[in-house]
Ligand binder design. Structure first.
Ligand SMILES: *Cc1c(COP(=O)(O)O)cnc(C)c1O
Length: 377
């Protein structure tokens, strides 16, 4: 089945009891048991809930994995996956991962003795150099946030296999519509489903999908033990969002390509970061491992003042954190999403005060260009 069909028919389709074409919202915490230990597949909704199960099955199919798991946020998904590791274990992590991922590793999991070394994962030698005897996994995002750096999933999975490491990929930016890390050798995919999967800025959720059933079983044990599960109402909203993922992603991408090209020619723009541009250093790898380049663009206007002006003047780009929804959003990563990364580190990475990140929505492209034009003038 092709992905556009899977989005509609994948997972559990509707309700066999009534013929309803949408999965019911099972707003329930517990389930009647016939005898002690004998039940119809569900006993308590932290352990499993039919609406959440429908979403988990759909996500497993979309990522071509064995097992999908849904959490109360992207950070709950990521934290539960990180709970696979033990005191004294070490991880190699991308150096411009999502700020919340950096924070949970350096301020929470470090307390329990989980160590992380942050490297540029687009540089294979840097990954190899960071591996130690106690290293257990590589954790990465591609394209990364906010500089849209591209890392070669197949090559990194080769390094991981050689060294007996798990490869964990945060696939939030491209979604399974454009990129399937499990097919390229990753063991676990995580998502902030709050972004493109939900797509409407109305739900906070997270997803993990594993390539192998055994690893999925282990993460389910952690999900049930830690308890950060997604509720039935939000599971249903996410399924509804996912049904139109293909339509949305195509429009996000078509709009983003036009805007990236337009920005690249603009005299007040110093630099544009978009993997779809042939001039982007990761363009070839992105084109090889993904079917699309996504809807996120970062561009540097050279100064905090001009960045401020653009943020104040845009009318269709809403000043907000987050990304991936139907409406266009704009932010300054250094002062918003990446504020928890120390200043020296931000500057070394290129996350300057003049760097603007846009999440290109699905509005009419001419309206978006007109808006950016007046904001930059
Ligand atoms: C937003 C985001 C997260 C965190 O997800 P929440 O749903 O906000 O908890 C993780 N990774 C990436 C790439 C994100 O953009």
């Amino acid at each position: 089945m092709k992905i556009d069909t899977k989005l509609i028919h994948g997972g559990t389709f509707g309700d066999p009891h009534t013929g309803a074409v949408s999965v019911p919202i099972y707003q329930v915490s517990t389930y009647k048991q016939k005898r002690v230990g004998e039940h119809a597949g569900y006993e308590y909704s932290r352990t499993g809930n039919p609406t959440r199960a429908a979403l988990e099955q759909l996500m497993a199919e979309l990522e071509n994995g064995a097992r999908g798991l849904a959490f109360s946020s992207g950070m709950a998904a990521i934290s539960t996956v990180l709970s696979l590791f033990h005191q004294g274990d070490h991880l190699v992590v991308g150096d411009d991962v999502y700020g919340g991922t950096f924070r949970v590793l350096t301020r929470v999991f470090n307390r329990m003795g989980l160590e992380a070394t942050f490297v540029d994962t687009s540089n294979l030698e840097a990954i190899e150099a960071a591996i130690r005897p106690e290293t257990k996994a590589v954790y990465m995002e591609t394209p990364s946030n906010p500089l849209l750096k591209v890392s070669d999933i197949t090559a990194i999975s080769g390094i991981c296999r050689q060294n007996g490491l798990l490869l964990i990929v945060d696939n939030t930016f491209l979604t399974p519509y454009w990129q399937n890390p499990l097919e390229l050798g990753a063991d676990i995919v995580v998502h902030s489903a709050t972004k493109y999967l939900g797509g409407h800025s109305d739900v906070v959720a997270g997803i993990a999908v594993t390539k192998e059933e055994s690893l999925g079983e282990e993460i389910h044990f952690l999900q049930n033990s830690i308890g950060g599960v997604l509720g039935p109402q939000d599971s249903w909203l996410l399924i509804r969002g996912i049904r139109t993922l293909g339509l949305r992603m195509k429009q996000h991408e078509a709009n983003a390509r036009r805007i990236a090209e337009w920005l690249a020619d603009h005299e007040r723009v110093k630099k544009v970061y978009y993997p779809g541009l042939a001039t982007h250093p990761g363009h070839e790898i992105a084109a090889k491992q993904a079917r699309g380049f996504g809807g996120m663009i970062s561009f540097d206007v050279g100064s905090a003042e001009l960045a401020e002006q653009v943020l104040e003047r845009t009318k269709l780009f809403t000043l907000a954190e987050s990304l991936g929804a139907v409406e266009s959003l704009i932010s300054v990563p250094a002062r918003m999403t990446h504020a928890s990364i120390p200043v020296e580190k931000r500057e070394r990475l290129g996350i300057t005060d003049g760097l603007i990140r846009i999440s290109v929505g699905v509005e009419d492209i001419e309206d978006l260009l007109t808006d950016l034009d007046q904001a930059l003038s």
